[in-house]
Design a protein around this ligand. Structure first.
Ligand code: AMP
Length: 217
């Protein structure tokens, strides 16, 4: 049966790392609105040109644009018995309501939510060390001393990881995304994102088991 896992968490809470872990260990498909939007910016499409500045400043892109991108792309990943990781969407309550309306309201019952919870100081410390692969979007800490991604891509700093931009993103999270946590209160598991990636992975495994999702053998 199709299932949709929504990953929520402040910037730097570890959504990207958890998404990578899930892709490596579970039969899931990754769906990231951040990646879809960055792709539009790179290709300098009409949407890309519209959202470039907003994204660079740490503000959220308008609900209409994001909802349209999701609606256009989600059906393709929903084929068969897939488990979809929704990474970075919905980020506002209107987006959550729109997701409920998509595909004739068939998605609501498939949704489970995993919210990563991390202290504010830890978030800032993590983001200041974050580097991302230009080619596949994998994230690493520059403390690891890596020069290249496992895929061979070059590791760079994300433009929206500068300190002032991070502050805006955290404020956007508090104002716009925290209400989404409440919206899903009947289907959410809050997981501590503190500690090492292995600590977090163990908690994520427990939560997925509660959601009835087994690890890939
Ligand atoms: P992410 O890679 O998920 O951190 O997203 C990077 C940026 O893309 C965000 O800071 C927003 O500007 C934009 N973005 C991604 N997903 C959404 C969304 N669901 N709603 C609004 N803006 C989004």
């Amino acid at each position: 049966m199709t299932k949709i896992i929504i990953l929520l968490g402040a910037p730097g809470a570890g959504k990207g790392t958890v998404a990578q872990y899930l892709q490596n260990n579970y039969a899931v498909r990754h769906f990231s609105t951040g990646n879809l939007l960055r792709n539009e910016v790179e290709r300098e499409t009409e949407i890309g040109l519209k959202v470039k500045e907003l994204m660079g400043s740490g503000a959220l892109v308008g609900d209409d644009i994001v909802n349209a991108i999701v609606e256009r792309n989600i059906e393709a990943v929903l084929e068969g018995d897939s488990i979809i990781i929704l990474d970075g969407y919905p980020r506002t309550e209107p987006q959550a309501k729109e997701l409920d309306r998509m595909l004739n309201g068939t998605l609501r019952n498939l949704i489970r939510v995993l919210s990563l919870d991390v202290d504010a100081e830890e978030v800032v410390a993590r983001i200041s060390h974050r580097v991302v692969c230009e080619k596949c979007g994998n994230t690493y800490s520059d403390l690891e001393g890596r020069k290249q991604c496992v895929c061979g891509g070059v590791l760079v700093k994300r433009k929206d990881d500068e300190e002032s931009v991070v502050r805006n993103r955290l404020e956007e999270y508090r104002k716009s995304t925290m209400p989404v946590i409440d919206y899903y209160r009947d289907r959410i598991a809050v997981v501590s994102g503190m500690g090492t990636p292995m600590d977090v992975a163990a908690r994520v495994d427990d939560t997925l088991q509660q959601f009835g999702i087994e690890k890939r053998r």
